[in-house]
Design a protein around this ligand. Sequence first.
Ligand code: SAM
Length: 226
Amino acid sequence: MHYKQNSTKAKSLIDNYRHKGLRQNLVTTLRRKGIQDEKVLHAISIIPRHFMLDKAFADWAYRDMAFPIDAEQTISMPYTVALQSQLLSIDPEDKVLEVGTGSGYQAAVLFHMGAKVYTIERQRKLFDKTSDLLVDMKMQGIRTLYGDGYEGAPRFAPFDKIVVTAGASVFPDKLLEQLKIGGIMVIPSGNSQKQVMMRYIKLAIGSCKKENHGPCAFVPMLGGVE
Ligand code: SAM
């Protein structure tokens, strides 16, 4: 895979057969853990996650682990990314809002699954760095936004799907308002002691079907910007 050559970063963006092999092993691990959506598994088999990590962790990029990124945030573990993506039941051309761009990995998975992706980040440093990286990786189709995800992205609403990748101790009502009827929102809900992965299916204005998909652990969803 080749990436933008006129960038100083391009030199470090090398994806070789070893990386491809490690990704296939990761896909096998995710299947064993219960991920069945072939679109999710295919996306994971082609996205160079090692580009999205600090060099110090690059050798471990295809282990099913979370790692620190800038601004004291994390890139989620591949299983969690795969589970959230699977729970969204992505259809081609779905308009998807992600809250918590972080490293860009979750956004890249959704993009490779055929979604039109809008992603919001509240940390300026991460927003700048990841916006540049996604362009270097030829994923400029992903629309990156700087702001507070609690506000959603009203300019681009309504969305078919919404995914939140930080733990919400306060329910983001505005996000549900920006979801289409029939749309799906996947969100880790709770505080640092206890979080569960929730899926909301919007049946009508003011009416949702709620499902609990088990325990999870995310950095907190915070209000405002930094
Ligand atoms: N999706 C990311 C990835 O693939 O690397 C994982 C992101 S990390 C677990 C959570 C991210 O959510 C952090 O980058 C954090 O700054 C961001 N975040 C937390 N609260 C937010 C908010 N209200 N609006 C936007 N981003 C937020």
